[in-house]
Ligand binder design. Structure first.
Ligand code: F6P
Length: 359
């Protein structure tokens, strides 16, 4: 078969591992040939491609980023965009397309599928917010990066008697904050799913210090929301003034600094902020993500050969399965109650009884 491939949306550790797995299984087991479209859906819109063969995927397994590059191009926002994508696919005489991306990329894959394109999806995002799958690849690496950053600021917090606020990514889902906060032993974890009361956050920190601890670690998700008032500074997620992408997402970021200021004002404790930003997305994938990405790649090329189009390779339990793309994109998958209970379970009784956070 002749198979096209693209990576769309934000880059993510493990993209190259997926590309490599698809090409290797396709070449070794099915005699497939591949075309890589460059820069996400822009590659199909503007007919930008590169040949993909065994040589081009040599040595890429541990590399971050994506050899196909990526973009947040939304063909549906361009004149005749979807038709132009289909025309490009026809020009290359492809039997199938594998789209590797998050909800935005896969929503376009679904639209093309509805127009007759034979497409298979693979769930990519550090945010872990796609439906239909237990985990997306890239998430584990981001959590590891955030956890090791929290470990590092811990020592500075201890040395200086400080409150350290660590802002992590994740958009509207608190997965990265929750996992890295638990793994890094954070004292307060603030996630988009539960708007927080700044006075209770300050009280939590005060109570902790009152029982003899002289530093605190706060992990806040970039999409977390103040619950107290509804003006722009306090009721909504804090957004940098950078506009929106083609899928309509605002650029989040900045809540860490605002939060630190409010904590310091209320507690009198010296407070500093670290914004991890794109460091969470860059660099080499964890071993877990390399394996998961490889499993997804193998799953997707097998799905192509079984004719399971309009579907996405997904992890359910410990099995790679095929789920409809519509299930994956139907709803942003936010953190589940079980993980919230875990975080709540390790909270200090004193602060927990005050119903501070994660309740
Ligand atoms: O979706 C992945 C993600 O890293 C989000 O966590 C974050 O809000 C967004 O992408 C940042 O996007 P960009 O790289 O376009 O600034």
């Amino acid at each position: 078969m002749k198979v096209g491939m693209l990576t769309g949306g934000g880059d993510c550790p493990g993209l190259n591992a997926v590309i490599r797995a698809i090409v290797r299984k396709g070449c070794f087991h099915y005699d497939d040939t591949f075309v890589g479209f460059l820069e996400g859906w822009r590659g199909l819109l503007e007919d930008k491609s590169m040949p993909l063969d065994l040589a081009s995927v040599g040595g890429i397994l541990p590399r971050g980023g994506t050899i196909l590059r990526t973009s947040r191009t939304n063909p549906d926002k361009h004149a005749d965009g979807l038709d132009r994508c289909i025309a490009t696919l026809q020009k290359y005489d492809l039997d199938a397309l594998i789209a590797i991306g998050g909800d935005d990329t896969l929503s376009i894959a679904q639209k093309l599928h509805e127009r007759g394109t034979k497409v298979v999806g693979i769930p990519k995002t550090i945010d872990n917010d796609l439906g239909g799958t237990d985990y997306t690849f890239g998430f584990d690496t981001a959590v590891n990066v955030a956890t090791s950053a929290i470990d590092r600021v811990h020592t500075t917090a201890e040395a200086h008697n400080r409150v350290m606020v660590v802002e992590v990514m994740g958009r509207d889902a608190g997965w990265i904050a929750l996992y890295s906060g638990i793994a890094g032993g954070a004292d307060v974890i603030l996630i988009p799913e539960t708007p927080f009361d700044i006075d209770k956050v300050a009280e939590t920190i005060r109570l902790r210090h009152a029982r003899g601890r002289y530093f605190s670690i706060v992990v806040v998700s970039e999409g977390a929301k103040f619950a107290t008032t509804l003006d722009i500074e306090h009721g909504e997620p804090v957004v940098a003034d950078l506009g929106k992408d083609e899928f309509g997402h605002v650029h989040l970021g900045g809540i860490g600094n605002l939060l630190a200021r409010e904590i310091e004002k209320r507690t009198g404790f010296e407070t500093r902020t670290v914004v991890l930003g794109h460091i969470q997305r860059g660099g080499t994938p964890s071993a877990f993500d390399r394996v998961l990405a490889t499993r997804y790649g193998i799953g997707a090329i097998d799905m192509v050969h079984r004719g399971e189009f309009g579907c996405m390779a997904a992890l359910r339990g410990n099995k790679i399965v095929s789920v409809p793309l519509v299930d994956a994109i139907a709803k942003n998958r936010t953190v589940d109650q079980e993980m919230i209970d875990v975080a709540y379970g390790i909270l200090d009784k004193l602060t927990r009884d005050k119903e501070t956070v994660m309740k």
